[in-house]
Design a protein around this ligand. Structure first.
Ligand SMILES: Cc1cc2nc3c(=O)[nH]c(=O)nc-3n(C[C@H](O)[C@H](O)[C@H](O)COP(=O)(O)OP(=O)(O)OC[C@H]3O[C@@H](n4cnc5c(N)ncnc54)[C@H](O)[C@@H]3O)c2cc1C
Length: 423
C-alpha cells in the first residue's frame, strides 16, 4: 500500500475505463504508483458478454477477465477489489486521502474517477420479490443465469439494448419471453423508427412477445415473482423478471468532492472535471462531444469504446499532456444472430436513408443533419459500418443519393465534406 504522503495515482472504479487509464499511464511512461480500487469482489472484467454469451452458457465468468493478475503485477498496478471508496479528503497540495467503507485509508497525489453507472431502479409494488433482477455486474448475471436454468418464462421490463439482449439469450435457451416497453417503439432513445420497427419484427419472428406502450401496475407473487400485472389487469406469467430501464451514472463521490455534476460528472474535452486536477472517464462522465455537432454538445455515452478512449485522454491529462477527445463514437449490440453496429451520434438528425431491405436482416440506416452524414445503424452489415466509421473519422461524408444504392459498396461513395472538420 502506498505511503501516507503518497505519489500515487488513485483510480476509483476498476472496470473498462479504470483499467485502461492505468494501462495508458504505464504506456506513457508513468513510473509512479497506481492504485486501482473497485467495489466489486472480482478482478476487473468486461460487461458486454454478460447479457450475451455468458447468459447463453457459451462462456464462464473466467472468460470475462480482460487483464490477468500477471498483467497487473508486471505493470505494477495495485488492484484493490471489494472496497468502496466512501469518502475523499483533499489536501491543499492537490493530493488527498480516500477512505474505504471498511476504514482503510488510501493516500494519493492524483485522482481519477471511473465510477461507471448502475441500473436505474423501478419503483413498483412487488419489485423486491425474489426473481426480480437487474443486470450490471457479473454477480447479477450469475444470479439471472441460475434462475433461467429452471425458468420457463421471463418478462423483460424495458426494450432497450440490455433488455433485448437478455430476451434473445433467454429465448435461445428455450425460455418463453415477453418484453414490456413503455414507449411506442423499441430502443427508441437511440435508433431511428426504421431500426426500432426492424427489432420488433425480428424478435417477434424469433418467438418473443413484445408489448409496446406497456403500463405496468405491479409485480405479482408471494414468496417469489410469479408474474407482471399490467394496468388493464392482464397478468403475464413470469418465473423471472429482468428490469432493464437504463442506468444512472455513479456521481456520489464527485458530488461529495463538490465537482460539477449534471446527469454525469461534467468534464472538458481533456477529461478534466470542474477541479482540473481530478479527471473522470467512462460511463460516469458527461463530456462535450464534437460528434454531437452542436445539437446536444454535452454527451454521456455508455459504451466500451467510449470508456477506453476517454480513459486514454484522462491518462494523458494526468501526465501533463492534455489532448482533446476526438474519436468517432461507436457501439455494438448482439441480439441472437443480429449484430448491430452504430457509428457516430445520430442525435438531432433531420433525415435518414435506408440502405438494403430490413426483411433480409441485413441493412443500414444512415442519419443526416443538414445534408451531412452524422451516424449509421448497421444491422449485419459490417462493411457499411466500417465505411461510415472511417468517413466520419476523417471528416468525410456519403451523399444521401448514393447511400441507398446497395449495388455500390458504401466506401466507394465517400466524398469530402463541406462541413467544418471535426478531426
Ligand atoms: C449487460 C451489459 C451489456 C453491455 N453490452 C455492451 C455492448 O454490447 N457494447 C458496448 O459498447 N457496451 C456495452 N455495455 C456497456 C459497457 O459495459 C459500459 O459502457 C462500460 O462497462 C463502462 O465502463 P466504465 O469503466 O466507465 O464503468 P463500469 O463498467 O460501470 O465500471 C465502474 C466500476 O466502478 C465501481 N465503483 C463505482 N463507485 C465506486 C466507489 N466509490 N468505490 C469503488 N468502486 C466503485 C463500480 O462498481 C464498477 O465496478 C454493456 C453493459 C452491460 C451491463
Amino acid at each position: 500500500m502506498a505511503a501516507p504522503h503518497s505519489d500515487a495515482t488513485l483510480i476509483v472504479g476498476a472496470s473498462q475505463a479504470g483499467v485502461q487509464l492505468a494501462a495508458t499511464l504505464r504506456e506513457l511512461g508513468d513510473t509512479r504508483p497506481i492504485v486501482l480500487v473497485g467495489d466489486e469482489p472480482h478482478a476487473p472484467y468486461q460487461r458486454p458478454p454478460l447479457s450475451k454469451a455468458y447468459l447463453q452458457g457459451e462462456i464462464t465468468s473466467d472468460d470475462l477477465v480482460f487483464r490477468t493478475a500477471d498483467w497487473f503485477a508486471q505493470h505494477d498496478v495495485e488492484v484493490v477489489t471489494g472496497e468502496t471508496i466512501a469518502a475523499i479528503e483533499r489536501h491543499v497540495d492537490g493530493g488527498g486521502e480516500a477512505l474505504t467503507a471498511t476504514g482503510r485509508r488510501i493516500p494519493f497525489a492524483r485522482l481519477a474517477l471511473t465510477t461507471g453507472a448502475e441500473p436505474r431502479r423501478l419503483d413498483l409494488p412487488g419489485i423486491d420479490l425474489p426473481g426480480v433482477h437487474y443486470l450490471r455486474t457479473a454477480d447479477d448475471a450469475a444470479a439471472i443465469a441460475e434462475r433461467l436454468a429452471t425458468a420457463h418464462s421471463l418478462v423483460v421490463i424495458g426494450g432497450g439494448f440490455i433488455g433485448l439482449e437478455v430476451a434473445a439469450s433467454a429465448r435461445k435457451r428455450g425460455v418463453a419471453v415477453t418484453v414490456l416497453e413503455a414507449a411506442p417503439r423499441l430502443v427508441g432513445r437511440v435508433v431511428s423508427e426504421r431500426t426500432s420497427a426492424f427489432y420488433l419484427d425480428a424478435h417477434r419472428r424469433r418467438g418473443i412477445d413484445v408489448v409496446l406502450d406497456a403500463r405496468i401496475a405491479g409485480i405479482e407473487g408471494t414468496d417469489a415473482v410469479s408474474g407482471v400485472r399490467l394496468d388493464d389487469g392482464t397478468v403475464i406469467h413470469a418465473d423471472v423478471v429482468l428490469v432493464g430501464i437504463g442506468v444512472v451514472p455513479r456521481t456520489e463521490l464527485a458530488e461529495q468532492l463538490g465537482l460539477e455534476v449534471d446527469g454525469g460528472i461534467v468534464v472538458d474535452a481533456a477529461c478534466r472535471t470542474s477541479d482540473p486536477t481530478i479527471v473522470a472517464a467512462g460511463d460516469c462522465a458527461l463530456m462535450p462531444n464534437p460528434y454531437a455537432r452542436g445539437s446536444m454538445p454535452m454527451v454521456r455515452l455508455e459504451s466500451v469504446h467510449n470508456a477506453l478512449e476517454q480513459a486514454k485522454v484522462a491518462a494523458a491529462t494526468l501526465m501533463g499532456d492534455p489532448r482533446d477527445y476526438r474519436t468517432t463514437p461507436w457501439f455494438w449490440s448482439d441480439q441472437a444472430d443480429i449484430k448491430l453496429q452504430i457509428a457516430g451520434l445520430s442525435t438531432g438528425y433531420d433525415a435518414t436513408v435506408l440502405r438494403g431491405d430490413p426483411e433480409t436482416e441485413r441493412f443500414s440506416v444512415l442519419y443526416y443533419r443538414a445534408g451531412e452524414l452524422i451516424a449509421a445503424d448497421c444491422v449485419n452489415q459490417p462493411l457499411d459500418f466500417m465505411a461510415v466509421r472511417s468517413a466520419l473519422a476523417r471528416g468525410a461524408t456519403i451523399p444521401a443519393e448514393a447511400a441507398a444504392d446497395i449495388t455500390v459498396p458504401l466506401k466507394k461513395s465517400v466524398v469530402e465534406s463541406a462541413a467544418p472538420s471535426l478531426v
